[in-house]
Ligand binder design. Sequence first.
Ligand SMILES: [Zn+2]
Length: 298
Amino acid sequence: YKQDEKAGFKAYEVAEDILPYFIKQVGPFAYKKLANVQSKTKFGGMENAGAIFYYENSVNSKDVESLVAHEIGHQWFGDAATEASPVHVWLSEGFATFLAHHWLEHKYGVDSLRKRLQEDKHTIFRFEKRRKTPIVDTSTVTDYMVLLNDNSYKKAAWVLQMLRQKLGEEAFWKGIRTYYAKYMNGNAATPDFIAVMEKTSGQDLKQFFKQWLYTPLHPRLRITWETDKTNHGPHLHIEQLQKVPYELPLCITIGDTEYNLNLNDKVQDINLASPLKAGSLVADPKGELLAEIEVVEK
Ligand SMILES: [Zn+2]
């Protein structure tokens, strides 16, 4: 809009840095040009291929950078590589949300990513109280708008981040690039993405995707632990309180000592080597798990 010319060019100028960064991370941009347009839309943004429409007041919004990164992310996921049906909408919205987080992490550091993930975690848990469906949600065939929700956006972005932690930077981005290259200007469903990630990483990811994409809600852990009284090291009694146990990597610290545990059962009893110095137990200190964790000291 004429009257917003100055604010508008300023607000959208981050696009000039985001575009080449996503090309480097994901693969070639599929269109001739990218226009960022102040417009009328009932959404925050509408990711038309090559010409993104943003809502009118976006030029004055403080959070415009994450919106711009999200919509630009859609040029790869949603526009160029499109989900085969609305059930798989997380392949579009989850990816765009993840790429916006990742852009801000790249620009402002890992703490900004952690902060956003923690905020999203609480939003997801609140949302799950209202709608108890998995990310790949087959519960509706009529009202697809309800599938645009905190599961397909925020929880799915969390799943991609946990996948990244599981595979490591190299294997994760290699998988993302391979998936994009294969489905650019085409359609993909969730099993197509899983197949590419398994093939490029050489890992069996069936349980990971089953528990995070096809299972509703999230894991709830209770860790009951005893401090070292007999010099045998701390004892942990870990329960998974949700219906079906997840396979989870769990990092804990006691004092300054870090322990990395693998959970895979309803109840596990674990004896740890004594920490270098005594202290309280902190579970998931880096905020890497989409889980509720209760710690009880006996
Ligand atoms: Zn979106």
